[in-house]
Design a protein around this ligand. Structure first.
Ligand SMILES: Nc1nc2c(c(=O)[nH]1)N[C@H]1C(S)=C(S)[C@@H](COP(=O)(O)OP(=O)(O)OC[C@H]3O[C@@H](n4cnc5c(=O)[nH]c(N)nc54)[C@H](O)[C@@H]3O)O[C@H]1N2
Ligand SMILES: Nc1nc2c(c(=O)[nH]1)N[C@H]1C(S)=C(S)[C@@H](COP(=O)(O)OP(=O)(O)OC[C@H]3O[C@@H](n4cnc5c(=O)[nH]c(N)nc54)[C@H](O)[C@@H]3O)O[C@H]1N2
Ligand code: SF4
Ligand SMILES: [Mo]
Length: 569
């Protein structure tokens, strides 16, 4: 079947990494891919309907691809390399996206470090067990109970969810999500209290003799210290701070005792300054229970999908790196943005836009997005249907392959082609052969070596948000929507509030934080916790309110480290 060249990998930033196949001009989900299982989602359909950029643009005027490449080249030649910034988003997660980084590294651009996504949580898991690797999906299927913790499981990884939808669920989330409604227990905790819950659970586990002594003895270091942290406050005190009744914790332990437990962790727990510590507390609780090394169950997060692969475009460089969470675009003479939409997705839109205005911005992408408004030069990237690629998944172990199923728009250029073009013009070595790279990624089986030691978190220093919470301010929650993929296809710019806030549908409000303010129209929804403000990620104005700053340990964004006020406007 592969000789038909009909494979299409969904390129979007999503746990599921679906495999599609083109038949008679239609793309269907592949039945051979275990997770895709014959279905694609509404966002894939949206992607096929997208109006792709047809031409290059320079200061608003249509120009040819060659002209746009010449302008880029002239700019690169006349700018001090360190005064240029190479900035990539995650609009396409195919492995070929990183080909351009080879050029920009060699050229001497400033690069970014950290993440707008999973960085803090990843750092927390790494600190305990060296690598962020998910167990094989079969262990999820074999689990009895699935704890969905800070993850919108049935929405953000709908295919993985489909494999286990008949299991017993527990959800820990301030929002009454779809999966919370299907759960036996929903702990609607206060935002940024998940480490306290993890410590409380650890205390309960100890009281009920449920810890896995064999695991702790064989793999654990620092378990006693970790347990001590959980002991240094009265059990009842947790109820008020976390918002979770102890009776619910009792029910939870009745449910999980003796069961094979899987924990599906998501971004929600770690969008804070101490996101890494919070995650490490949860992972330490899981280790205390021995969940990591059972024949079924385990802990899933956004894994390091490239773990065990050799980077095919890697080049060593001593490039300067700036934190992606607080990129000062204004400090660069030339900004090259590929596959991202920082004008909407990056923290603090006011700062981002102000910076973009002051620099020469090159946008290399597939669509005319919000960031293009600030771009001097726009170069169309070829559609995913016209590029060879391989997709790894951060949710599970299955890969998806992309072949060229539609001839490319001749006015567009792929990442691989652009990289080679620039490398050649600067007399740098060209990239490895495209087919060789693809075949390496498609055929290599990474050795996912499990950890030998688990280092429990031994000290916790976290400033809770509830300390500064008053009856006049709100927690600020942003999470993914079923009908959009980050800022792609996003049309919902409402703010969602609980009815007890006394606001009404269609009220015009101004929401402000110490970082900025913006106007929104209210929708009342009682799935939202009464002291929370909820917006979908991709809301055009959400990031006017978020901190232009990084977390404590991974140069990553911390979108929820903020309290907000609401006023009728
Ligand atoms: N349909 C769709 N799917 C997607 C995406 C999309 O935009 N749309 N985006 C993709 C990307 S880039 C990513 S990174 C993943 C992310 O997918 P998820 O890991 O599911 O992340 P989020 O949707 O950001 O947030 C998850 C949940 O955390 C909850 N939450 C917020 N704060 C807290 C807290 O303090 N504690 C707890 N316990 N919960 C909290 C939110 O209410 C939300 O339900 O999804 C991917 N999949
Ligand atoms: N407040 C708040 N902000 C958030 C989040 C949140 O939960 N709350 N979530 C964060 C997370 S998890 C993430 S991952 C980021 C995502 O933020 P970004 O990485 O900026 O992703 P998008 O905003 O979806 O923009 C992706 C762009 O990629 C372009 N694109 C698509 N395909 C291709 C291609 O093949 N080639 C090229 N060159 N371009 C392409 C599209 O034009 C699209 O506009 O947002 C973060 N921002
Ligand atoms: S579920 Fe995710 S990977 Fe699958 S088709 Fe939809 S966006 Fe793509
Ligand atoms: Mo993400």
């Amino acid at each position: 079947m592969s000789s038909n060249k009909n494979k299409v990998a969904c390129p979007m930033d999503c746990y599921d990494a679906c495999q599609g196949q083109m038949y008679d001009g239609n793309i269907k989900g592949s039945k051979e891919n275990f997770v895709t299982n014959g279905k694609l989602c509404v966002n894939f359909a949206n992607l096929l309907k997208e109006e792709n950029l047809q031409n290059s643009l320079f200061q608003g005027k249509t120009i040819s691809l060659d002209e746009s490449l010449n302008i880029l080249l002239d700019k690169l030649k006349s700018t001090t390399p360190a005064k240029t910034l190479f900035y990539t988003g995650s609009g396409n997660l195919g492995l070929m996206q990183s080909s351009t980084k080879k050029f920009f590294t060699q050229y001497g651009s400033t690069l970014t470090k950290g993440s707008l996504c999973d960085g803090g949580g990843g750092a927390g898991i790494k600190a305990g067990r060296q690598n962020v690797i998910n167990p094989p999906i079969q262990k999820l299927i074999d689990a009895d109970i699935i704890i969905v913790w800070g993850r919108n499981f049935s929405v953000t990884s709908s295919h993985m969810y489909n494999l286990v939808k008949d299991k017993t669920f527990v959800t820990i989330d301030p929002i009454c999500t779809d999966i919370a409604k299907k759960s036996k227990i929903h702990m609607q905790n206060n935002p940024k209290t998940d480490y306290e819950l993890a410590l409380l659970f650890t205390r309960f586990a100890h009281m009920q003799d449920l810890e896995d002594r064999d695991f702790i003895e064989e793999f654990g270091t620092g378990a006693d210290w970790f347990f001590d942290i959980s002991r240094n406050r009265p059990v009842v005190s947790y109820e008020a701070t976390t918002g979770v009744p102890l009776s619910q914790v009792n029910d939870f332990f009745d449910l999980i005792e003796g069961k094979k437990v899987a924990i599906m962790l998501g971004l929600g727990v770690q969008k804070y300054f101490e996101g890494a510590q919070i995650m490490r507390c949860i992972d330490s609780f899981a280790a205390y229970m021995g969940y990591h090394k059972q024949d079924a169950g385990g802990v899933w997060y956004l894994s390091d999908s490239a773990y065990g692969y050799k980077k095919q475009f890697e080049i060593k460089g001593s490039n300067k790196k700036v934190s992606v969470a607080k990129t000062d675009f204004a400090s660069f003479d030339l900004v090259f943005i590929q596959g991202g939409n920082p004008a909407v997705s990056a923290p603090n839109s006011a700062k981002v836009k102000e910076g973009l205005k002051k620099s020469f911005v090159v946008y290399f992408g597939t669509t005319l997005n919000d960031t293009c408004e600030y771009a001097d030069l726009i170069i169309p990237s070829s559609s995913f249907l016209s590029k060879k690629d391989v997709r790894l998944s951060y949710g599970h172990e299955f890969k998806a392959i992309s072949e060229v199923v539609v001839p490319k728009n001749e006015n567009s250029i792929s990442e691989y082609e652009l990289a080679n073009y620039l490398l050649e013009k600067f007399n740098f070595d060209k990239l490895k052969d495209e087919d060789e790279v693809i075949s390496y990624y498609a055929n290599h089986k990474p050795d996912l070596k499990d950890f030998d030691t688990f280092e429990f978190i031994e000290e916790v220093e976290i400033e809770p948000l509830y300390k500064d919470k008053t009856s006049d301010n709100f927690y600020f929650i942003t999470a993914k929507s079923k009908n959009s993929l980050n800022s792609q296809f996003a049309k919902d710019d409402f703010v969602y509030l609980h009815s007890s806030t006394n606001f009404k549908d269609n009220d015009n409000v101004t929401i402000s934080s110490k970082y900025g303010s913006a106007k929104f129209i209210v929708k009342i929804n009682d799935d939202i916790k009464s002291d929370c403000v909820f917006l979908f990620a991709g809301n055009k104005n959400a990031n006017y309110l978020t901190p232009f700053d990084e977390d404590e340990s991974s140069n990553s964004a911390m979108y929820q480290e903020v309290l907000v006020e609401i006023e009728l406007s």
